[in-house]
Design a protein around this ligand. Structure first.
Ligand code: ADP
Length: 558
């Protein structure tokens, strides 16, 4: 700033001084010219007064010195000239403006270029009586002489100009320094601010406006300092929290580079170095995580899946953060849960097995007792034992089916016609159907790829529930269809329906809306759990729609 200001003022000052110098020169020259004109006029008047027609004119004009004197006849012929070589012989001078002016009786000085000599001259002529006629006495002086006077004073002028210029330089430098110093202090202050130094500083030699500016800067510094301190506190609080939660947390930016990772996530992926800004691939070469993130980003959705990693199982949630370009990945270690669940499943399966053998024996012995029994009272008890053991065997059967489904690793699918399985199921359930006088309708068909046993279980439980929880004389419709997208099954009934609160719970094991009714009609509370497990095994979509007192629709998208 200072350098520029200095250049501008110097150029301005020099231009001003040069203009002043030029104007002074011009005025001096004009002045000198006027003086010269007066001198020429005076000389012409003197020679006109001294003119004697009988004297030797050549000798008369020779006395002229630096000024040129010309005696011109009325016809314009030169009678005598102090510089006879300055014009061509026989040159007529009558047309010269100064001669014409004298002839008119209004003599005047003229400055013009002398063609004969080749320089500017100042001319002045007077008409002087000569015997019975007249002559013109003309005086002339070269302008170069006027300029000569000027040139004499030029060194003094230049010296004065140089001194003024030097003084101007010194003063302008001093003034510019004074003006720019506070600005430089402000600039220094702002630099300190950007470097994180918020301490207030007094600016020397400042002006009122600069003072209010620095005051403003000080206020901003204080506010900034406060804001940054608060931000630091918040950030350290946040990172403390993030680093102390057991779950791993990663935030990815739009290029899927890591913009935040907490300590738990770093230890899950066994990374130690600073990996902020690195791509997600750096964490795991397993494509599962990458493709889940890709899918969530492309479809603006979320994903939940299990990821085995370094001998542990993690439940991974991937979510696009709304209104941002960020994606959040949360990893929760569910190894213990899975192991506990596995242990529970094993216990469930073992207990069911262990119960089945003595129960089958009780049932056998009870049948033997019923054959050999003649006592009517005892028959009642034997009948009750038979009903309860049947119910318990049914229950154990369902429990075994459930645990089998939970541990099934591989399936051997065949092509199964849904309509075929529906007729097998209605056949098996015919006693129940006819007892309640239910109308069962089957429409359409679809062939799917699955194990027959699983499809049978699915349809048996669905139709059994539609009949069991129906009113006497109710209607059950099983509809099957397929298109190029897949196959679909719908089981409708116009039975008692399920309330919205119960709809979210009926797929839980042993959950029954009305325990007594379910038990009375032979339900185990495991039917829908079995259905859910079968659908999960094949990745089928299970949907429930129901309205209390109107009916229920359960559909499966294969
Ligand atoms: P359950 O052996 O008791 O029928 P489920 O698991 O098959 O066990 O069903 C759980 C509960 O869901 C049932 O007790 C019943 O209350 C309700 N439910 C199931 N299907 C229907 C249906 N079609 N209509 C009304 N309620 C139903």
């Amino acid at each position: 700033m200072r350098k520029r200001l200095f250049i501008y003022t110097t150029v301005l000052l020099l231009a001003g001084l040069l203009c002043f110098f030029a104007v002074t020169l011009h005025i001096t020259r004009l002045n000198n010219t006027n003086i010269a004109k007066d001198m020429v006029q005076e000389t012409a008047s003197n020679y006109a007064a001294l003119y004697n027609p009988d004297a030797d004119l050549a000798a008369f004009v020779r006395t002229a010195g630096h000024t040129r004197i010309t005696i011109i006849a009325p016809d314009g012929a030169v009678l005598a000239d102090s510089r006879p070589l300055d014009f061509a012989p026989g040159t007529n001078h009558l047309d010269r403006p100064e001669v014409q002016a004298a002839l008119r009786g209004a003599p005047a000085a003229y400055m013009r270029f002398s063609e004969s000599v080749g320089v500017d001259f100042i001319y002045y002529a007077l008409q002087v009586p000569s015997g019975g006629s007249y002559v013109f006495v003309r005086a002339a002086m070269p302008v170069a002489r006027v300029d000569g006077y000027l040139m004499q004073s030029l060194p003094i002028l230049i010296a004065v100009l140089a001194v003024i210029t030097a003084l101007c330089f010194i003063f302008s430098k001093h003034i510019i320094n004074r003006i720019t110093r506070p600005f430089e202090s402000v600039e220094r202050k702002l630099r300190k601010l950007s470097a994180g130094d918020y301490s207030p500083e007094q600016i020397e030699g400042s002006y009122e406006e600069i003072d209010s500016l620095t005051q403003g800067i000080d206020e901003i510094s204080l506010a900034l300092q406060k804001g940054i301190t608060e931000l630091h506190e918040e950030t350290s609080k946040l990172s403390y929290i993030l680093d102390n939660i057991g779950d791993g947390l990663i935030v990815l930016d739009e290029t899927q580079s890591i913009s935040l990772i907490n300590s738990a996530a770093m230890s899950i992926f066994e990374v130690r170095a600073d990996i902020i800004g690195r791509n997600l691939n750096y964490l795991s070469f397993d494509g599962t995580l990458q493709s889940a993130v890709d899918q969530c980003v492309n479809q603006d959705s979320s994903a939940l899946f299990e990821l085995p990693l370094n001998g542990r199982i993690y439940l991974v949630a991937v979510k696009r953060l709304a209104d941002t370009v960020l994606t959040m990945v949360a990893l929760s270690d569910v190894t213990e849960n899975r192991e506990n669940a596995k242990r529970r499943e094993e216990f469930f399966a073992n207990a069911s097995h262990e119960l089945k053998t003595p129960l089958t024996a009780i049932k056998g012995f009870n049948e033997l007792a019923s054959i050999n029994n003649k006592d009517e009272d005892l028959s009642k008890y034997i009948g009750s034992i038979a009903r309860e053991t049947d119910r318990m065997l049914l229950l154990i059967g369902d429990m075994l089916k459930l645990s089998e489904l939970g541990t099934t690793q591989a399936i051997s699918p065949t092509e199964v016609s849904l309509a075929g399985v529906v007729s097998e199921v209605t056949e098996a359930l015919s006693p129940m159907i006819s007892e309640k006088e239910i109308i069962v309708e089957a429409a359409g068909d679809a062939v799917i790829s699955a194990e027959h046993e699983h499809v049978y279980e699915l349809l048996k439980n669905l139709i059994e529930n539609a009949v069991r929880y129906n009113n006497h004389g109710g209607r059950v419709t099983v509809s099957m269809e397929s298109d190029n997208k897949g196959s679909y099954l719908f089981v409708y009934d116009n039975g008692i329906g399920i309330s919205p609160e119960d709809q979210s719970r009926i797929f839980e094991r042993f959950y029954r809306v009305e325990k007594s009714r379910s038990q009375k009609s032979g339900g185990t509370g495991l039917g829908l759990s079995i259905i859910k497990h079968i659908c999960a095994l094949y990745n089928w979509n299970l949907t429930l729609k129901s309205k209390l007192g109107v009916g229920t629709e359960i559909s499966v998208e294969f």
